[in-house]
Design a protein around this ligand. Structure first.
Ligand code: ATP
Length: 647
């Protein structure tokens, strides 16, 4: 998606506000930063924590059918072999042949311009060593040689011809062949034959290509380089994806690059000690599935949720925190009965159709209803923290795009200033993951379903045969054999199966960025005196706002006002994040909190003390950030009101 200047400047403003107000800082900034890593400052840490809490509450605590897990970042490397990450968790990557900068093959923006191609370079000083013709200075030879582009191959012969032609052009005697070869050899031997191909955008001169090429050869030891341009230099290209978007350097062939970050366990640091920082949190859930089942009395359908760090050695981290190398995921694995088990228990499987009632899970739901249900639940979650349907979008993967084991996958997208991009993926993954871990670990990960066993015990042999025939006819994977179907059904008749899974997998950092982008607004406001000014405001939903309320004594030099304000701080602080501010004009204090996204402000003034209007005693001014409306509220009502807004 192309970016408009407006959306670019909006993004710049968000990044700048994020730093200025302490939401997000570049990691290791005082050392120049480190690409793809970000730190959350005081406000960012609160925002992230609030988002994390809303997810945890909605997805686990508020539900009877989901439990939590908090697993390690480093796990047995066999887990990543079983999950397929060791072999296939890779992006296609291309490398700039000039700078070695890498870019994801599918992230190369098309570019147009002129392609300058240099085949090599030699150090200028070699020209001083030539015995050719003392009357022709090195500068002549430098210019003369640079007039001729070299074709690849037969370089020595070409240099000889050049030298000879150079002498003739200056009415000098050509040297004899032996001497000419000696001189040409000197030059030839000093040439670094290395290609440097660079695209220069239309309108820019060849000098900018030469500058890059000079740096390229210089960094490879050729001091004061004389460039040798190829005969094929100067070609015009349109919308080429073969050049690095930043450097203009030619990209090499795409090759897979595994995104897992490696480390070593123990002091020997050999190949056998390699371990990986988890690239997703989900696999720990599968690996601990049996322990959770055995220890928690959960019954399928049920889910295991986890929030935690994940690491991916992204080739091109970009768009602020959107694509980072270290980030946090919030993942749920929701285990369901295979459709065949639902059929055996209930006689039929509810399949989804437009308008289906998804409000309450039903025992006869198959994977499709569950999948749609979770899309609905997750959409409702986003609405509950301020991301309405207008700012979200959905991409349903086509059958051709789906992994071989997946039934369906939908991405929930957010309209970021830099484009509409993925916030969360919700996949129906069949029984793939648990089956893989069962195979690789050799441990039984089947689930015993009493209800299924009881239903199957009532079936006659004939009914079972009919069921097998039907299951075979309806098999998901056409490669599944009749024998495999029979074995699967025989297990079902005993009440055993490997649960299928629906996986809503969201990124916490992407969510925080979406929330920042969605909340950011600059508006012109006019005060009572008619003075206009720009107000920067973050319209965070009170539930996720880092600070819930700002407390302001009208004047800091009035001890009674300050004491009352401090009293209110003590009243509210055990329940929420509050910020006490007594410096500056009250309007400026409001603006500071608007920019931090604080939804409410409480001002303690002389009326609070009841000095002139006794009826206002122990009331305060409550200011609402979005409407900027102010009203008086008794201090006694403050806590219940604020709690009703933030929970
Ligand atoms: P993408 O296609 O954008 O690389 P993905 O499809 O590989 O993402 P998943 O493996 O489905 O992502 O991970 C689930 C969620 O984790 C994503 O929806 C996203 O919110 C988050 N996520 C994945 N990679 C990153 C990253 N590099 N930086 C920040 N968040 C990420």
């Amino acid at each position: 998606m192309s970016k408009s200047p407006d959306s670019e400047s909006r993004m710049e403003k968000i990044v700048s506000l994020a730093k200025r107000r302490g939401f997000i800082f570049q990691s290791s900034e005082i050392y120049g930063g480190i690409g793809g890593f970000w730190d959350y400052g005081p406000l960012g840490a609160e925002l992230k924590r609030n988002l994390r809490d809303t997810w945890w509450r909605t997805m686990t605590r508020d539900r009877e059918d989901v439990v939590g897990l908090d697993a390690t970042i480093i796990m047995h490397p066999a887990i990543w072999k079983a999950s397929g990450h060791v072999d296939t968790f890779a992006d296609l990557m291309r490398e700039c042949t000039i700078t070695n900068k890498r870019v994801r093959a599918d992230h190369v923006d098309p570019q147009s311009g002129t392609v300058y191609k240099f085949v090599g370079a030699f150090p200028s000083k070699i020209l001083f060593d030539l015995d050719l013709a003392p009357s022709l200075p090195p500068e002549f030879w430098a210019r003369w040689l640079s007039r001729f582009a070299l074709t690849e191959g037969k370089q020595l012969l070409h240099i000889k011809n050049l030298l000879s032609e150079g002498l003739i052009s200056q009415h000098q005697e050509p040297l004899n062949d032996k001497l000419l070869t000696k001189e040409a050899d000197k030059i030839h031997d000093s040439i670094l034959w290395m290609e440097c191909t660079v695209l220069v955008p239309a309108g820019k001169p060849i000098e900018s290509a030469q500058k890059i090429a000079n740096e390229f050869y210089q960094s490879r030891g050729i001091v004061n380089a004389r460039l040798i341009e190829s005969k094929y230099s100067g070609e015009k290209v349109e919308k080429s994806v073969d050049f690095h978007p930043e450097t203009g350097g030619l990209l090499n062939e795409a090759r897979p690059f595994n995104l897992m970050l490696k480390t070593y366990i123990g002091p020997t640091a050999t190949e056998n000690d390699i371990a990986y920082l988890r690239p997703e949190t989900a696999q720990a859930i599968f690996a601990q599935f049996k322990n959770v089942c055995d220890s928690s009395r959960v019954k399928v359908p049920f889910g295991i949720g986890q929030i935690g760090k994940a690491f991916r050695n992204e080739v091109t981290p970009k768009n602020f925190t959107f694509r980072s190398r270290e980030f946090e995921q919030m993942e749920l694995e929701f285990f369901i009965k295979p459709d065949e088990a639902v059929q055996l228990i209930h006689g039929s499987v509810a399949v989804w159709s437009e308008g289906a009632d998804l409000s309450e899970p039903q025992p006869n739901w198959g994977w499709e209803m569950w999948h749609r249900y979770w899309v609905g639940e997750r959409t409702a979650y986003y609405a509950g923290i301020g991301l309405s349907s207008e700012v979200l979008d959905y991409t349903w993967q086509t059958k051709a795009d789906l992994a071989h084991y997946a039934r369906a996958c939908v991405d929930i997208l957010f309209k970021f200033p830099f484009g509409t991009e993925e916030l969360e993926g919700i996949a129906a993954r069949g029984s793939f993951d648990l089956t893989q871990h069962q195979t690789h670990s050799g441990k039984q990960l089947e689930y015993f379903d009493e209800e299924l066993k009881a239903a199957c015990d009532k079936l006659t042999a004939e009914q079972k045969s009919t069921f097998i025939a039907e299951a075979y006819a309806k098999r998901f994977n056409p490669d599944t054999t009749l024998e495999e179907t029979m074995a699967f059904c025989e297990k079902l008749f005993k009440g055993l199966y490997i649960p299928h899974v629906i996986e809503p997998s969201a990124g916490l950092d992407r969510l925080a960025l979406a929330i920042l982008a969605n909340s950011f607004e600059e508006e012109v406001v006019t005060d009572e005196k008619g003075k206009s000014e720009m107000r920067t405001v973050l319209h965070f939903h009170p539930r996720i706002a880092p600070i819930k309320v700002g407390i302001f004594p009208l004047l800091k030099n009035k001890p009674e006002l300050v004491a009352k304000a401090r009293e209110i701080v003590s009243l509210l602080r055990p329940h929420m994040a509050v910020f006490y501010d007594e410096t500056g004009a009250i309007g400026r204090r409001y603006r500071r909190q608007d920019e931090a996204g604080t939804p409410f402000g409480v001002t303690i003034d002389f009326d609070t003390l009841g000095e002139e209007k006794p009826e206002f005693k122990n009331t305060v001014t409550l200011r609402e950030r979005d409407s900027m409306q102010q009203r008086r509220i008794p201090i006694a009502e403050l806590l219940p009101f604020l709690l009703s807004q933030i929970l």
